[in-house]
Design a protein around this ligand. Structure first.
Ligand code: FAD
Ligand code: TPP
Ligand code: MG
Length: 575
């Protein structure tokens, strides 16, 4: 056996740390890495059609496992394509390492073919981003990158010129062992007493809980019970909070439930736990706001905070609970839960269908998916209206998972995330709720499903438009423009790519076709035509939005688009 190369050492270090696959697209400058992977079976090269897919896929794996996932791109355009997916990973705080191959080291700074500067490009979407220019730097730089991604949770980038990767390594093995950090962070005794004091004195308390409550379900429920507090969740917290939760009053925000909005606006104390819910206008103005977050820098970002505490949810709630007394005031909770029941009923009524209906409502599709999917299914949903249907109609149960591009808000996330989910969880059912716009944006990676035998199930909500943007245009009082999609028959594309392709024509087709796709032993795509104007109204319409809405109607009439109003009315108002 010849001497170990820098690339071999890098792959050794990754494999030793438990990395089992690298998502990417190969290229000359990555030859050292891919050639090293070729010769071993403990780490797989997941060859994709677009590097952006690679970054999203790695992010999905990292989100689901909580451990480091890796993607790679060749020099210049290759790694540049990673960037949008890496932004998503970084903003979602999932540990991802990106290997960005660089042009030959001797050419850097000359404006050489494909030259970019990854250490500048990725600076904004990473905690660590360094260029390796000497074999002596390995494995130290790689290990610092990995350690940073894991402990700070986010992206780290190592840029390696192809020639450096092919040089002989100086060190021969990993220097470090990586463990998943799980430090307990708790506010001080004095702080806990201040918090307990405030909560014991208050009657109408609402909890706004987010993804930072993962792993603290029992403590959160115990807290809500003691405080008789309704729990509103932010979107990224849905998968961890909504299930087995008698205090659940839904989500708030533009896509939320009126009950979530109501519970937040009618409280005396808002207790934010592990959430970075971004929309200022949905926070109450007069409540006392308490925020608990493991990252001090998160406190007070979204609304004024009267009391901020740095602590992890589980440790903090465990320390806090013995200091509390049972709140005897139950009206706030009862009212909020009642409101939720009504809101839920209203939304459920939109999710029904008659078998022969030619109009298939997306709410119904999501409800059917929810009913037929496995108890431990992994769902991904595209940014756009699929996010709405997922938020409102998927039921979480502690085993199911839900991924989206919730913080970065990038289109085309669902298929790539489904690829990462399926590659890292071969036995699980993985379902992508794709928009026709989002799906077609990174559609090349449909081919990956057959190439890697990933039995992902794609449900394409075909509304022939960028419907979410149209909705925003309407709310802003402008006419929609640039939002139409001339779509192909996606089932034919799917069949051409070796998938099972099914196309629903009536509501009656939806359940059997989804069932068939879910049972099919391989990747499948179900195309479902849904109305373009299916509205998703915010829980309260602000004056601005109300004005915008009527303005849209007027403009539409003035421009002779009365048919659009009729369409809108038919779909929404008369249901
Ligand atoms: C089209 C679209 C529409 C959307 N509409 C809505 C909407 O209507 N409503 C909505 O809620 N969201 C909506 N979102 C999502 C929204 O943008 C945010 O991503 C989401 O609200 C944030 O959820 P979160 O607070 O649970 O998670 P994050 O933003 O990830 O915040 C988690 C917080 O928990 C902290 N944390 C992590 N671990 C711990 C721990 N162990 N202990 C304590 N703290 C911890 C983190 O530091 C962070 O501050 C939408 C997204 C899209 C794409
Ligand atoms: C990469 C990217 N480009 C543009 C946008 C703006 N945008 C948000 S949602 C959306 C429409 C999504 O369309 P589609 O996937 O068809 O879903 P729909 O809302 O129609 O169901 C667009 C263009 C974005 N979020 N991300
Ligand atoms: Mg669409």
């Amino acid at each position: 056996m010849g001497k170990k190369k820098v690339a071999d050492l890098m792959v050794d270090v990754l494999a030793d740390a438990g990395v089992r696959r690298i998502y990417g697209v190969s290229g000359d400058s990555l030859n050292g890495i891919t050639d090293s992977i070729r010769t071993r079976d403990d780490i797989q090269w997941v060859h994709l059609r677009h590097e952006e897919t690679a970054a999203f896929a790695a992010g999905a794996e990292a989100h689901l496992t909580g451990t480091l996932a890796v993607c790679a791109g060749s020099c210049g355009p290759g790694n540049l394509h990673l960037i949008n997916g890496l932004y998503d990973c970084h903003r979602s705080r999932v540990p991802v390492l990106a290997i960005a191959a660089q042009i030959p080291s001797g050419e850097i700074g000359s404006g050489y073919f494909q030259e970019t500067h990854p250490e500048h490009l990725f600076g904004q979407c990473s905690h660590y981003c360094e260029l390796v220019s000497q074999p002596q730097q390995m494995p130290r730089v790689l290990e610092i990158a990995m350690q940073t991604a894991i402990s700070k949770r986010g992206v780290a980038v190592v840029a390696v010129p192809g020639d450096v990767a092919l040089r002989h390594a100086v060190e021969q093995a990993a220097r470090m062992r990586f463990s998943k950090p799980s430090p307990r962070v708790c506010p001080s005794e004095d702080e806990l007493n201040i918090l307990a004091d405030l909560l014991v004195r208050s009657e109408r308390i609402t909890i706004l809980a987010g993804a930072g409550c993962a792993g603290a379900h029992a403590e959160l429920i115990a807290l809500a019970s003691t405080l008789q507090a309704p729990i509103v969740h932010a979107m990224r917290g849905k998968e961890f909070i909504e299930y087995d939760n008698p205090f659940d009053v839904g989500m708030t925000g533009l896509l939320g439930f009126s009950s979530g909005y109501y519970a937040m606006m009618n409280c005396e104390v808002l207790l934010m736990i592990g959430t970075d819910f971004p929309y200022q206008q949905f926070y109450p103005e007069n409540a006392t706001v308490v925020q608990i977050d493991v990252r001090g820098e998160q406190i007070g970002r979204r609304t004024k905070v009267d009391f901020g505490f740095v602590g992890d949810t589980r440790t903090t709630l465990r320390a806090l609970l013995p200091k509390l007394r049972q709140n005897e005031y139950r009206w706030h909770l009862n009212e909020s839960v009642e409101h939720y029941r009504n809101a839920r009923k209203g939304l459920d009524e939109l999710a029904t269908a008659n078998a022969g209906d030619a109009t298939i409502h997306p709410q119904y599709v999501a409800r059917v998916l929810d009913r037929l999917a496995a108890a431990d299914a992994i769902f991904t949903c595209d940014v756009g209206t699929p996010t709405i249907w997922a938020a409102r109609y998927l039921t979480m149960n502690g085993k199911r998972r839900l991924l989206g591009s919730f913080t970065h808000g990038s289109m085309a996330n669902a298929l790539p995330q489904a690829i990462g989910a399926q590659a890292s969880h071969p036995g699980r059912q993985v379902i992508s709720m794709s928009g026709d716009g989002g799906f077609s944006m990174l559609m090349g990676d449909l081919l990956t499903l057959r190439q890697h035998d990933l039995p992902v199930k794609l449900v394409v909500f075909k509304n022939d438009s960028l419907a979410f943007v149209e909705l925003e245009m309407k709310a802003a009082g402008i006419l929609d423009f640039g939002t139409s999609l001339h779509n192909p028959d996606f089932t034919k594309i799917a069949e051409g790519a070796g998938l099972l392709g099914l196309q629903a024509r009536t509501s009656g087709d939806v359940a059997p076709m989804i069932a068939e796709a879910l049972q099919y032993d391989g990747p499948a795509l179900v195309e479902i035509p849904v109305p373009r104007n299916e509205l998703s109204m915010p829980p309260t319409i602000t004056l601005e939005q109300a004005k915008g809405f009527s303005l849209f109607m007027m403009k539409a009439v003035l421009s002779g688009r009365g048919d659009e109003i009729v369409d809108l009315a038919k779909v929404n108002l008369l249901r």
